[in-house]
Design a protein around this ligand. Structure first.
Ligand code: FE2
Ligand code: FE2
Length: 358
């Protein structure tokens, strides 16, 4: 197992090895790093016909699934600050904790609003990374089918950036800056040297996570405008995750054992670091406003008997089943995933049907 990434930002909570950023100057400088040196191998191809039929079909489905973030959404619908848009408990961390602590309803509602604006902001920054990365894939992928698909995904991701930024600006009036852990991980994917690693990182790992998060929001929210936006984004995202699976299946087939182990380790390193943050970036930003100490929160969360089940939910939704199916979680890594609460139980079917690929 390779050494953990972000090793200089680790802090132990009992046996759990967390990623924690506490230096404001360092966080500001990470956010200020807007120029990223990216190695990119550009490939021409003279084969204009379709070589991978499934990929071309997915591209055709993508063309039919286009929508307009300005005119297809009924922006006149309200997202009122004074109303619940999610259940008070269970869906978001801050209102659940505050409720358990006996905080009044208005405080819990304000915390839900803040935490959700923070979450949506992080998703928005992730969408920008996806847009940039798909641009890279259009250059770097070897087949015309993959170039067609990656090119069409660029416009999907542009639309996601558009719709989420408009929702945050028009309906929430807030935009939080990118979390330091997320910035570092996204830069790692954008800087990945080969199209194979870029595809694994963005299309399988981050798209897989996005499918899970968007699905949870869509199921939990009671606000019609938000539900409509998330459902539309979600449909696009499941197509993107399908692209990840289809291209990775091919990559896996053509890889040596050594290359496969490298990919398996890369996937583990990224998901381990993502999980290691345990929302500390959010808690450091918003916790104190509600009288919550980030370290106490993490400590008590980790101590819950049901923590592995709760924590693994988002990972077990799509990303873990997909990695399993690809053969990128094997006996080499499965126990390590279990130890950090990412893999739990033995249900490895994806919770969202990727039938769009068939
Ligand atoms: Fe997206
Ligand atoms: Fe996407």
């Amino acid at each position: 197992m390779p050494s953990k990434i972000l090793s200089d930002h680790r802090r132990a909570f009992g046996e759990f090895d967390a990623v924690d950023f506490v230096d404001d100057k360092e966080i500001a400088s990470l956010r200020g790093k807007i120029d990223v040196d990216v190695p990119l191998d550009l490939h021409w191809t003279w084969e204009y016909g379709s070589e991978i039929e499934e990929l071309r079909n997915l591209y055709e489905r993508g063309k039919k699934g286009q929508w307009n973030a300005e005119t297809d959404i009924d922006w006149s619908q309200a997202f009122p600050r004074g109303e619940w848009f999610m259940p008070r408990e269970g869906a978001l961390m801050l209102p659940s904790i505050l409720t358990a602590m006996g905080a009044d309803e208005q405080t819990c509602r304000r915390a839900a609003f803040d935490e959700f604006a923070h979450l949506l902001s992080q998703l928005l920054h992730g969408e920008q990374a996806a847009m940039q990365l798909c641009g890279q894939l259009t250059n770097a992928c070897p087949t015309m089918d993959a170039k067609f698909y990656a090119g069409s995904q660029v416009i999907d991701e542009v639309r996601h950036v558009e719709v989420l930024s408009k929702f945050l600006e028009r309906k929430m009036g807030t935009l939080y800056p990118i979390d330091p852990t997320l910035k570092i991980l996204l830069d790692m994917l954008l800087e990945a040297p080969t199209w194979k690693t870029k595809t694994l990182g963005m299309q399988t790992l981050f798209e897989g996570m996005a499918v899970g998060i968007f699905d949870n929001i869509a199921k939990a929210t009671t606000n019609p405008l938000l539900k409509d936006i998330i459902r539309r984004v979600q449909l696009d995202e499941s197509r993107h995750a399908a692209f990840g699976i289809l291209s990775m299946r091919q990559v896996v087939k053509e890889s040596t054992r050594e290359e496969l182990e490298h990919m398996e380790d890369f996937a583990f390193a990224i998901l381990e670091a993502l999980n290691a943050n345990q929302q500390l970036d959010m808690l450091r930003l918003l916790g104190p406003k509600y009288g919550l100490d980030p370290e106490n929160v993490v400590q008590s969360t980790l101590a819950l008997p049901e923590w592995p089940a709760l924590n693994s939910e988002i990972f077990m939704h799509t990303v873990v089943p997909n990695l399993k199916r690809l053969g990128l979680i094997t006996d080499r890594t499965e126990d390590a995933y279990r130890r950090i609460g990412v893999v739990y139980g033995d249900r490895f079917e994806p919770q969202q049907d990727l039938g769009v690929a068939s």
